[in-house]
Each structure stands twice: as structure tokens, then as C-alpha cells.
Write a protein that binds this ligand. Structure first.
Ligand SMILES: *[C@@H]1O[C@H](CO)[C@@H](O)[C@H](O)[C@H]1NC(C)=O
Length: 165
């Protein structure tokens, strides 16, 4: 109720101000509204070991399904680390874990999609040594919001630090 009211207000504002009908920049990145509840920040994980993974999407677009992509970087990532398609460019990441689709509102897993796993395996890489600080980064994509305005995908970045064991 509250959120549909908010959407309505936004659409009215867009109509009144015209601003929203001009194309938005192709990369809309918000930072950190999803919650990485696992692993805990600063966790020490050995190369090749698995660690728990749990991400609660913010789903600010109120999509039925929210795509996320999970990456590892060797620097603290920020919105400007992402390219126009919401990905870390070649050379800008250490490891790509994969893409997953989160069902929202209690919906069933969408056929052909992979929901986020409850654990991930830390990569083995000659670029990593024990004691290195790295970052687990989750990019969530919001589609088609506000609805009906043909807005390009928007991205949100959440990250936490990890230490190579
Ligand atoms: C963004 O980065 C991804 C992954 O590194 C790459 O495959 C894609 O081509 C890049 N997109 C653009 C528009 O540069």
C-alpha cells in the first residue's frame, strides 16, 4: 500500500517535471541496500574452501525476480567500478562466482534459473596470497522501475571484506 502510493507519487512527479521522460544515464548505480548477511565481514577463508553465502536483496524495483551477480575483487569496489552493463570490466575483478536469480514475494524458483546457493567456493589463484584482503561484491539488478517509463536496468552494489586464509 505504502510502496504503491510511493510509486504513484513518483510517476506523477515524473509527469510534472518531465525530467523522467528524458533518457536516464545508462548506468544507474545505487550503493549498498541489499544485505550480505553471510559471510561475516572479515571472515578468513582458505583458497579452495567453501564459505556461507546469504544475500537479502533490496528489490527496490519490486520485481518478481531479482538478478544478482557475485564477484571477488582485490580492492574495495564502488559504483564507479562497474561498467555500463553493471559488470566489473575485464581486469577489474579477481573472480566471478556467477549469476543467480532471487525469487521475491515467495514466488517459486523460475524454471531454468539458479537461485543463490547457500555457500560458495573461494577460488584458487596465483594472484592471491594468505593475508590478502579481498572483497565479495554482489551486484543486484532492478528492472523496469518506475514501471512503464522504459527506464534502463539499474544496479546496486553491496560488498564486504574477506581475508585470504
Ligand atoms: C562489462 O564487463 C563485462 C565483464 O567483464 C564484459 O563482458 C562486458 O563486455 C562489459 N560491457 C561493456 C559494455 O563494456
Amino acid at each position: 500500500m505504502v510502496s504503491s502510493l510511493a510509486t504513484t507519487v513518483l510517476i506523477i512527479l515524473c509527469g510534472a517535471l518531465y525530467a523522467c521522460s528524458t533518457p536516464l544515464s545508462s548506468r544507474q548505480v545505487e550503493s549498498g541496500h541489499g544485505i550480505l548477511s553471510a559471510p561475516t565481514s572479515g571472515i578468513v577463508v582458505a583458497q579452495g574452501s567453501s564459505f556461507p553465502f546469504e544475500f537479502r536483496d533490496s528489490n527496490w524495483c519490486e520485481d518478481g525476480y531479482s538478478p544478482i551477480a557475485v564477484w571477488l575483487t582485490d580492492y574495495a569496489p564502488s559504483a564507479s567500478s562497474l561498467n555500463s552493463t553493471g559488470q566489473f570490466a575485464e581486469g577489474g575483478y579477481t573472480y566471478y562466482f556467477g549469476s543467480y536469480l532471487i525469487p521475491n514475494f515467495g514466488l517459486p524458483v523460475l524454471s531454468g534459473s539458479i537461485p543463490p546457493p547457500s555457500s560458495l567456493v573461494f577460488p584458487v589463484s596465483s594472484d592471491l596470497s594468505a593475508g590478502d584482503e579481498v572483497y565479495l561484491a554482489v551486484v543486484e539488478t532492478g528492472n523496469n522501475c518506475p514501471p512503464g517509463l522504459n527506464v534502463p536496468p539499474q544496479y546496486e552494489l553491496s560488498s564486504i571484506s574477506m581475508t585470504v586464509g
